[in-house]
Design a protein around this ligand. Structure first.
Ligand code: UD1
Length: 420
C-alpha cells in the first residue's frame, strides 16, 4: 500500500493545471449507456473511481478504450445488466448505471451500496423516483432488482431532499422514458448541469437546466447519438489547491479551471483574507498576511460544498481566532478531525458542528486518510506541520485526485509517494 510523506514547506509557487471533474465524469460515463454510437470523452481525470466505472461497464460487455486524452466507450455490445457487489462496494457511484440500464433494457440489478465512512448514504430517493416512473423494485439478498415490464413512463417527481447522483440517475432514466418527466428539487451542481447540457445537445430535450425544476422529454427507448465532448474542470480539486496555497501563504495559479463554479469557495477564502486575480479559465491566489477565522455551513450548490469542508477545516487550524464549521449533508463527515487533533489542532466536535480554535502549531506525525476529501485535508495540514507527516491509506485520495503529489511537487512541495 502507498503512503505520502510530506515535509513542511515555506511556500508554493507556480501553476497547477486542473483535471476534469471526477463527479462530472461518472454520470457522463454512465450516460454512454443511452448512446447508439461509440462515445468519445475528453478530459476524463486519471483517478481510480473512473477506472472502476469503466471496469464495471466493461464487465457488462461495453468496449472501453482508455486513452491519455480521449476515452471511447461503446455500449452497443452491452449485454449484462447486473452491477455486482465486488465493484459497487468499492464505489457507491456505481448506482449511476441503474437508471440508464433500466431505461434501455427494462431490467437491472445493482448491489446495494451500503454505508460508507462519511455516513449512511441511502439510495431510497433514486428507487422511489424510478418506482414512480413504473419500475417494480425488490431488494433481495443485498441487491436492488428493478424491472420495468412496460418501460419507464414520464411523470412528476419531487425529491424530498436534493440528491446529486439521484438527480443524474433519474435524468438518464427519463431520457429514454416514454413522455415527459419533471424533477422538482433537482440538484443544480455543475456536474448535473453538464450531464443535462450534453443530453440536450444530443437529442434529449431538457428544459430548466441549472434550475431546481428539470423537464426531460423522453425518447421512448430510442438510443441517442452522442458527439464528442470534454469534461468540465474539477471544482473540488481546484478548491483543494486554493486551500493549499492559502495555508502556506503562497502565490499559485490554477489553469484550466472554471471560476464560475467556485463562487462559494472563493467567497469564503476572501473572507479568510485571500485575494485573487481571476480570468475566464485561471485563478491566481495571492499570499495573504493573515488567515482570518470563518463560519461555514455546507449545503447544496451553489452554497458551500461538503466536498470542501475537510480542506477548509485544515485551513481553519491556522486562522486567527475561532472558526465554526457546520456539516449539513453527511452526518459522519468529520473523521479527519481526530487525525488533525493528533497533529496538534485544537478542534472540538459537537454533533455536526466543529469548532476550530486557531492558530495551532501543527506537528508532523503518522496519520490515516479516512475518506477522499479527508485525505487532502491531511495533505494540506502537513504542508505547514513541523517535521515529517506520513499520510497512510491514500487509496482514498487516489479515488479522486489526479496526480496530486506530482502537481504539488511541481509547485515546490516536498511530497513523496512511498510504499508501506
Ligand atoms: C454526490 C457527490 C459527493 C458529494 C455529494 C454532496 C458524486 C459521485 N458524489 O454524492 O462527492 O459529497 O454529492 O454534494 O457526485 N440521500 C438520501 N437518499 C437518497 C440519496 C441521498 O437520503 O436516495 C441523502 C444523503 O444521505 C445525503 C444527501 O441526501 O445526506 C445528499 O446526498 P447526494 O447528493 O445523493 O450525494 P451523492 O450523490 O451520493
Amino acid at each position: 500500500m502507498d503512503y505520502l510523506q510530506i515535509k513542511r514547506v515555506n511556500s508554493l509557487h507556480g501553476n497547477i493545471k486542473i483535471s476534469g471533474a471526477k463527479n462530472a465524469s461518472l454520470p457522463l460515463i454512465a450516460m454512454t449507456i443511452l448512446a447508439n454510437n461509440s462515445v468519445s470523452i475528453k478530459n476524463l481525470p486519471h483517478v481510480a473511481d473512473i477506472n472502476t466505472l469503466l471496469k464495471l461497464l466493461s464487465n457488462l460487455g461495453a468496449k472501453c478504450n482508455r486513452g491519455e486524452d480521449i476515452t471511447t466507450i461503446d455500449t452497443s455490445s452491452l449485454s449484462e445488466t447486473k452491477a455486482t457487489y465486488d465493484i459497487v462496494r468499492t464505489m457507491r457511484a456505481s448506482i449511476l448505471v441503474l437508471g440508464p440500464i433500466l431505461a434501455r433494457f427494462g431490467h437491472c440489478e445493482v448491489s446495494l451500496p451500503g454505508g460508507c465512512a462519511i455516513g449512511q448514504r441511502p439510495v431510497d430517493l433514486h428507487l422511489k423516483a424510478l418506482e414512480q416512473m413504473g419500475a417494480i423494485i425488490n431488494i433481495e439478498a443485498g441487491y436492488i432488482h428493478a424491472i420495468a415490464p412496460n418501460g419507464l413512463k414520464g411523470c412528476n417527481i419531487i425529491f424530498d431532499k436534493i440528491t446529486v447522483t439521484g438527480t443524474a440517475n433519474i435524468v438518464m432514466a427519463a431520457a429514454l422514458a416514454e413522455g415527459v418527466t419533471t424533477i422538482t428539487n433537482a440538484a443544480r451542481e455543475p456536474e448535473v448541469v453538464q450531464l443535462c447540457e450534453i443530453l440536450n445537445a444530443n437529442g434529449v430535450k431538457i428544459d430548466g437546466i441549472g434550475t431546481a425544476i428539470l423537464t426531460i422529454h423522453g425518447t421512448d427507448k430510442k438510443l441517442i447519438h452522442i458527439d464528442e465532448f470534454s469534461v468540465i474542470p474539477d471544482r473540488i480539486e481546484a478548491g483543494t489547491y486554493l486551500c493549499a496555497a492559502a495555508i502556506t501563504r503562497s502565490e499559485l495559479t490554477l489553469t484550466d479551471v472554471n471560476p464560475g463554479h467556485l463562487g462559494a469557495v472563493l467567497s469564503k477564502l476572501q473572507e479568510m483574507g485571500s485575494k485573487f486575480t481571476i480570468t475566464e479559465n485561471t485563478i491566481t491566489i495571492h499570499p495573504s498576511d493573515v488567515i482570518k477565522h470563518v463560519k461555514i455551513v455546507t449545503q447544496e450548490y451553489p452554497a458551500f460544498p461538503t466536498d470542501m469542508q475537510a480542506q477548509f477545516l485544515a485551513l481553519a487550524t491556522q486562522a486567527d481566532g475561532t472558526s465554526i464549521i457546520e456539516e449539513r449533508l453527511f452526518e459522519n463527515r468529520f473523521m479527519h478531525v481526530s487525525e488533525l487533533q493528533r497533529m496538534g489542532a485544537d478542534i472540538s466536535l459537537n454533533g455536526n458542528v466543529a469548532t476550530v480554535n486557531g492558530k495551532s502549531k501543527l506537528s508532523g506525525t503518522d496519520v490515516m486518510a479516512t475518506d477522499l476529501r479527508a485525505s487532502s485535508a491531511l495533505v494540506i495540514a502537513a504542508l505547514v506541520a513541523d517535521g515529517i507527516t506520513n499520510v497512510h491509506r491514500i487509496y482514498h485520495l487516489d479515488r479522486g485526485y489526479d496526480s496530486l503529489e506530482k502537481k504539488l511537487q511541481n509547485v515546490g512541495a516536498d511530497i513523496k509517494r512511498l510504499k508501506e
